[in-house]
Design a protein. Structure first.
Length: 129
């Protein structure tokens, strides 16, 4: 199957996320949203995405945090339970998050066991879209 990479999107508005979740911004770290994400706060992130965040740049960055925290869950059972909530958000704003989903699909690696825990769910989501 030939997978076409979507256009890269680089969002920001980390200031809003830092304020919302009481984080300190490390401006020298391009992976800030991945590094600060805490798996135990995933429900808080999801709720904020749905109720507090309206800016698309902030939603883009918050989704990076949500997916990272989803991937870092302690068990596959918990990850799968939380996935249903995340999938709803992705379905609602797929155009905004297309590149992020593509990234987590890890299409450049044929060995899915050498990818992230979330990759099988992301690939399935991508194929259905």
């Amino acid at each position: 199957m030939r997978i076409k990479e979507p256009e890269f999107k680089c969002a920001g508005n980390w200031e809003e996320l830092a304020s919302l979740f009481n984080y300190k911004i490390d401006e020298h770290n391009q992976d800030w949203t991945y590094i600060i994400a805490e798996p135990e706060r995933i429900d808080e992130y999801i709720q904020a995405y749905d109720t507090k965040v309206t800016n698309e740049d902030t939603k883009f960055s918050l989704m990076e945090m949500i997916i990272q925290s989803l991937s870092d869950q302690d068990s596959n059972k918990t990850m799968n339970e939380k996935w249903r909530l995340v999938e709803e958000l992705l379905n609602k704003d797929i155009e905004l998050h297309k590149y992020t989903v593509y990234y987590w699909c890890c299409w450049d690696n044929e060995n899915i066991n050498d990818c992230w825990n979330i990759t099988p769910l992301m690939r399935d989501f991508w194929i259905k879209k």
